[in-house]
Design a protein around this ligand. Structure first.
Ligand code: DX5
Ligand code: ZN
Length: 216
């Protein structure tokens, strides 16, 4: 399967969101990645439902929501109502992870678990069969524009081993510090979906940046 590109809205120009979304619609982006932060699970606050509602009216690409919040299960029904395609909950924020994943799927969305850089992939052994995707953080969540953590490459390989051993089709998404240096290595290691914030939106030519990642 050809890898997918999911530009992250966090790095977009919030004064020109309409134009930014038209650019995404016309681009080769596969999904749009939305980072929702609560200032508790991560030391930053991003945006919430008012922005999500506005965006889903205009965006034609599937929406990939990355919940960086405590108690993510509280918002599953609201996300489903808005037509979100994929919902990511953090392993570290979910006491009853199986219940949350089941609720996401029962609500009609694809379900993914996100791992912080320090969380080993072996912890997914007993839940991975229920997942459509695993999102590996390649930076500490909370901010765009951070430096890629190299250990992620080994984690992708270890996760891929688990997926193949169990004969699953779980996608592997990577988020943080994706650019033309890291992306080829991530794809080679087994990543299926690359999130890119600054590399796309701070580029002088964002559609070309998306195309460059897509063509790797
Ligand atoms: C970080 C977010 C990322 C962020 C990536 O907490 O989850 O999605 O937007 O930004 P870049 O691609 O700039 O590292
Ligand atoms: Zn993210």
């Amino acid at each position: 399967m050809k890898h997918k590109i999911a530009p992250s809205l966090l790095a977009a120009n919030f004064l020109n969101l309409g134009q930014e979304m038209e650019m995404i619609n016309r681009s080769e982006a596969d999904w749009l990645h939305l980072d929702i932060m609560d200032g508790v699970f991560v030391p930053n606050i991003s945006f919430g439902f008012p922005i999500l509602e506005a965006i889903r009216e205009v965006v034609t690409k599937p929406i990939d929501v990355h919940l960086m919040i405590v108690e993510p299960q509280k918002f599953i029904a609201d996300l489903a109502k808005l037509g979100v395609y994929m919902t990511n909950v953090h392993y570290e924020a979910s006491t009853h992870l199986h219940r949350s994943i089941t609720a996401i799927r029962d609500a009609g969305m694809k379900a993914a678990v996100t791992l912080n850089p320090h969380t080993p992939v072996c912890l997914l052994e007993d839940i991975i069969a229920e997942l459509d995707m695993v999102l590996l953080m390649s930076v500490n969540p909370g901010f765009g524009g951070q430096t890629f953590i190299e250990h992620t490459i080994e984690k992708i390989a270890a996760l891929k081993d688990i997926i193949l051993r169990k004969q699953l089709h779980t996608l592997i998404e990577v988020d943080g510090g994706v650019n033309l240096d890291t992306a080829p290595r991530l794809i080679k290691a087994g990543a299926d979906v690359l999130v890119a914030g600054n590399f796309v939106f701070k580029s002088p030519d964002p559609p070309a940046a998306i195309k460059a990642l897509k063509e790797l």
